[in-house]
Design a protein around this ligand. Structure first.
Ligand code: KG4
Ligand code: ZN
Length: 334
């Protein structure tokens, strides 16, 4: 009997469902909630309501795309956390109901560990153990990946995530939300050395980004006092310099982790893995040191249910299932 698994992801502002059969992806459907753009960030209450609206059509579409019926399902998986609690509850309630009605196993998945599985869905896969830097709007985490299930956190952000650093500074520059892709676009036309922003010195392999936002705010206020058009006139240089600061902070820690562990396989995941400079400088860093650098297909970098399905498949095979008492958790330890 093949293992046919339905996976649900609802941790933030994407409602997603995927179907995986024996490790092969049959369907991968996603609705990216547009309702938040006008608010300059994800509004938790709005996200829960949007998940409620989308979950059934998204699952139906995934099952139609995979050409499977309810009777074909051997397990159902969902994101247990970390994430927005109201959003997680929608996915958890849905998955529990399916498991209960069909009397099939339920698998609870850790969202940030699932991000790493973006590397197991494409053709070019790193070898174990490898280092994975997961950089997204909600998380920034450096992990040593020992196998499909076992990952040790070497460092994480102490405050804002890298994606938030992009989004919050973009907002100060008057760019739309989410600002990361806009900073990336403008940065291509600017000089990354034009301005120097302070880099918080955090010991060990942890990260900190909240100071950058404050530094940029004061810097802009100071410049605009004498040049009201400062941001408009220097937008490309500002974006390029900000992008360089964030990417340098990320790659400095990745490089240090590689030296400390001796691991020569480096990988990135999460929405910020789309960033042009991070991709280019990460590849250059690896090349200088004779290491390998992996960037997964972009559609698996941002939140999606395919990576939830992949981790769930390996958990299921190892016998890690949940019972009906499992609850979603906004904070879920690694
Ligand atoms: O993985 P993701 O979709 O959501 C979370 O799980 O948090 O990541 C979204 C984040 C946003 O902060 C967005 O600004 C950032 O990824 N992002 C980028 C780029 N594309 C997306 N940041 C910098 N450069 C990009 N090209
Ligand atoms: Zn995520």
């Amino acid at each position: 009997m093949p293992i046919t698994l339905l996976a649900i992801e609802t941790s933030c502002d994407e409602t997603a469902a995927a179907v995986l059969r024996d490790g092969r992806l049959l369907a991968d459907v996603l609705v990216s909630q547009q309702a938040h753009a006008a608010h300059g960030g994800v509004v938790p209450e709005l996200a829960s309501r949007e998940h409620l609206r989308h979950i059934i059509p998204v699952v139906q579409q995934a099952m139609a795309q995979a050409q499977v019926s309810w009777a074909d399902l051997s397990a159902v998986a969902f994101t247990q956390g970390p994430g927005l609690i109201g959003s997680l509850m929608v996915g958890a309630a849905f998955a529990k109901t399916v498991a209960c009605c069909l009397d099939i196993p339920l698998v609870a998945v850790h969202h940030t560990k699932a991000h790493v599985h973006a590397h197991f869905l494409g053709v070019n896969q790193p070898k174990f153990p490898f280092l994975c830097l997961t950089v997204a709007g909600g998380h920034t985490q450096l992990m040593m990946v020992r196998d499909y299930l076992h990952m040790d956190t070497l460092g994480k952000t102490l405050d804002d995530a890298a994606g938030e650093a992009f989004d919050k500074t973009a907002r100060l520059l008057g760019l739309p939300y989410p600002g990361g892709p806009y900073i990336d676009q403008w940065a291509r036309k600017g000089n990354p050395e034009a301005f120097v922003f302070p880099k918080p010195q955090v010991p060990d392999l942890n990260f900190s980004f909240s100071g950058l936002k404050t530094a940029v705010l004061y810097f802009l206020q100071e410049q605009q006092a004498s040049h009201p058009q400062f941001v408009q006139n220097r937008l490309a240089d500002l974006c390029a310099s900000l992008e360089k600061t964030i990417v340098d902070l990320l790659l400095e820690k990745l490089e240090r982790a590689a030296h400390q562990t001796g691991i020569q396989e480096l990988a990135i995941a999460g929405g910020v893995a789309a960033n042009t400079r991070l991709r280019q400088e990460g590849a250059a860093l690896a090349q200088r040191n004779g290491w390998r650098f992996f960037i997964p297909p972009l559609r698996y970098c941002t939140d999606n249910a395919a990576v939830i399905a992949s981790l769930a498949y390996h958990k299921l095979r190892a016998g890690f299932t949940a019972d009906a008492s499992v609850v979603p958790l906004a904070q879920l330890s690694d």
